[in-house]
Design a protein around this ligand. Structure first.
Ligand code: PLP
Length: 427
């Protein structure tokens, strides 16, 4: 499918008059349309809730848009919990799916009434010692091990993943939790990442539903919800077919009716914790070509770097690039598109066929709305960019300002770097 940016060159030329590149830009209309589709696709399940994986795009403005569609927040750290709490999400709308969890984070999660999803059998004792009880509502993360295979050949490797209880531990864990007073149980699993197939959730659901029936029958637990977690992917490359959330919702409904309904479990709520699917396509990184270099290869240097978007450097991920104003020009030039870090993997694209790029051209790097800004860091003292929201009426709102040197130096409490500069006026 042809990948088209959600902004035009004319719009960007207007935006940069106020906000210099690089920046992440989010598409409010796209976010809303997709959130509505997710809600509709699972509307057959009265208890359904998407707990947006906050780590994907931890921005209060984004969380508040999703909140209008009854989304909750899936948090994995105390700061993510603080963010969710500060935006008025109540405990039932906060899932704490954390691992290797520090005591103070369990404590805070309990204080704000979040649903705690335990990552390990030993965390049962740890949690009880930390907060002095086992909460009435509790969830456990399941990891059946082995490999998870889908019919298109995509697979992932739960047996190699650090997360979750084994099958045996899950049964024992539910038994122990029940003895310690838990009443409402949830099961959670995340077995494959960025799945671009409508089959993943239904396959995962089938496994979890079968386990849920057994847990009910053998341990006598009241299973209230089954959390399919994240892992629903997006089409980063033009040759992929985007997932159809309606087909995914129907697929889950089908196995629900096959397995849970006959077992008398027709009141189990389905939860999801999607991050990527909710946001990735509705964000882009906008950057400007500032250098061209002709050496052993052809390089285009842009004003963004891996600090703004780490996925290509970290995983070799493909992110589609559009040169604004040259959408229909032939892709007859081969470039490496690089950032300025002292790291040779700081490349947004390698050997990519693109239209001829001129200095000053604006490049849109697609699908950065999830795990984009949020994975950023400050290597080389590079500062993180602004985040902007393209609103439905076409106006632009800054939803996070760009970092300044003050932000970067703020943690050196005993050195006032800026005050001690010999040329403070010249930054
Ligand atoms: C990362 C993560 C998610 C979101 O994953 P996506 O691939 O962005 O959908 C959800 N739940 C947990 C526990 C995670 O770690």
């Amino acid at each position: 499918m042809k990948k088209e940016p959600f902004v035009t060159k004319a719009q960007i030329e207007e935006i940069v008059k106020t906000y210099p590149t690089p920046f992440h830009l989010y598409d409010e209309a796209g976010i809303r349309k997709n959130a509505q589709a997710v809600k509709e696709a699972f509307s057959w399940n009265p208890g359904f809730r998407e707990y947006f994986a906050v780590k994907a795009t931890p921005n209060p403005f984004i969380l508040n848009i999703l909140k209008e569609y009854d989304c909750g927040c899936d948090c994995a750290s105390i700061t993510e919990l603080m963010l969710a709490d500060s935006q008025g999400f109540d405990g039932s709308h906060i899932m704490f799916s954390s691992n290797d969890t520090p005591a103070n984070e369990f404590k805070f999660a309990d204080e704000i009434g979040a649903i705690i999803n335990l990552d390990d059998f030993t965390h049962i004792d740890f949690l009880e010692k930390t907060i002095g009880k086992i909460p009435e509502t509790i969830s456990c993360r399941y990891n059946p091990g082995g490999v998870f295979k889908m019919s298109n050949g995509i697979m992932d490797n739960p047996g190699d993943a650090k997360y979750g209880f084994t099958t045996e531990q899950l049964f024992e864990g539910f038994k122990v939790l029940k003895e310690k007073g838990a009443k409402n149980f949830g099961i959670h699993a995340f077995l494959a990442s960025n799945t671009v197939t409508n089959e993943y959730y239904p396959m995962l659901a089938k496994q979890l539903f079968e386990v849920a029936v057994k847990l009910k029958n053998e341990v006598g637990c009241d299973i209230k919800f089954i959390n399919l977690s994240g892992g629903v992917g997006v089409a980063y490359t033009p040759d992929q077919t985007p997932n159809d959330i309606y087909a995914i919702g129907e697929g889950v409904r089908k196995v629900y009716e096959e397995i849970l309904v006959p077992a008398g479990m027709d009141d189990v709520a389905i939860f999801t914790e999607m991050g990527r699917f909710m946001l990735a396509p509705y964000g882009c990184l906008v950057t400007q070509a500032i250098h061209e270099k002709h050496t052993h290869k052809e390089y285009i240097g842009v004003d963004a770097c891996a600090v703004n978007l780490m996925r290509p450097a970290m995983y070799g991920s493909y992110h589609h690039i559009t040169v604004l104003g040259k959408e229909d020009a032939p892709c007859d030039h081969k470039y490496d598109v690089t950032g300025s870090l002292c790291e040779n993997n700081d490349k947004f694209a390698v050997d990519r066929m693109l239209p001829k790029i001129d200095m000053g051209d604006y490049l849109v790097i697609h699908d950065t709305g999830a795990h984009g800004y949020s994975m950023g860091y400050n290597y080389n003292g590079k500062l993180k960019s602004a985040e902007l929201l393209l609103k439905e009426d076409g106006s632009v709102q800054m939803i996070r300002r760009a970092e300044t040197p003050d932000d970067y130096f703020a943690t050196f409490d005993c050195f006032d770097i800026l005050k001690n500069m010999k040329h403070p006026e010249k930054q």
